[in-house]
Design a protein around this ligand. Sequence first.
Ligand code: BGP
Length: 471
Amino acid sequence: MSDKFFFGGSIASHQCEGAYDEDGKGLGIMDLVTVGSVSEPRQFHDSLQDGIYYPSHTAIDFYHTYKEDIALFKEAGFTALRISVDWSRIFPNGDDALPNQAGIEHYRDVIRELRRNDIEPIVTLFHFELPFNIVKTYGSWQNPKTVELYLRYAKTMFEAYRDEVTYWATFNEMNHLDSDMELNDFFTYMNTGLCYSKVENASQVMVRCSYNMTLASVKAVKLAHEINPNFKVGCVFGLTPVYAYSANPEDSIKAFQTMDRDWYQIDAMTKGAFPEYKLEAYRRRGVDITISEEDAAAFHEGKIDFIGVNYYASAVETALPQDDIKNNFFGGLNNPYLKTSDWGWTIDPIGLRYLLMMLDRRYNLPMIITENGLGAYDSLEEDGSIHDPYRISYLDSHLKQIQTAIKEDKVNCFGYLMWGPIDLVSATTGEMKKRYGFIYVDRNDDGSGSNRRYRKDSFFWIQDIIKNGIR
Ligand code: BGP
């Protein structure tokens, strides 16, 4: 991998910062979500309830510990860190007349600290951190007003860090909103603050939300390039390669369609127009989206500079009903050739190479792995050590496939950012015990614990890999 290859990690504000009501922060949608588990879904509340623990309120306290944590990333050898700005720290209600200066200064401090440590900041503007007031007052993304508010927030960020940030991501994983067959409360809530099962005409509402989010992204890209032509602006997608269950051609069509649902927004952000095939699918769901001249121009002018790839697992699809247990978190059938994590996520390093090849040939754009990792149980030994060979083996096998994809398949991939290099709150379950990091945080699911940091075995392993390369 070249010298310019970014090696680092990705974190999201609501999963690590805590300090949910400090320095003028407003309530964000993830501040209203409880702890769940692999079998118990997280609960979403309309207002904070007494006696309930909300993990985002304290998380791992990165808001206060960022200097020490960044020093650990530096010690590991990181050259990049993807952070997210929490919209509700900048515009606490989303529609405030003026931005909250304390929020702007906080992220400036974090960005400067990263630069001081020679770590490139990669900034995501929306990683599920929607101000709750936007949901209450405007009905979230179904309302074009939310696009306007997002663009005002994005402009504020591009101007504030015009000379301090180069790499931006407009959104994280908005593509999960439109998986029409599998839509559930969890996926719709994270992006919109709306629960699918509680919204009238939910299918149509979600179509409007995902269209407006796609539009917001292309408009933000154009705006960013106007503010600083040197900005590199991408969008991050959660991508799952889908294999056909059998050689039955119907299975291949089904597998293709399942992937297509996740890829249409990449088409919309790279090809200069919102895809006709998606508009047709919307029509069949009873929603006629009319693309105004202004919107058409926005798709034309707001093409992303790079694709951010979040990769955790592959899936299997069939057109015919099968008896196999459907236990893949990402939908579809179990893959008999692959193992799963303790949370049921299929472990498939070759799937990452396959995905990178498909993306490279279809889009011919620079890509960066913006998330990848293994959520696993760890145990802290009495001497402060944590032995995590499973994590090392997961990361090693994925890195080897990336290396092959770059060297042999010639894909244009400019970095690898592992998810949650420091243990943080799980997005899907709210647990702390689903750990991704090579830095252990002594924090439990109920918020108890010393919050002290410990280096796991994988810390020393990654340090060696970054310094000496993959062997
Ligand atoms: C991605 C999200 C992240 C992160 C990751 C792991 O989809 O972008 O925020 O949480 O998944 O998921 P989890 O934390 O549920 O294990």
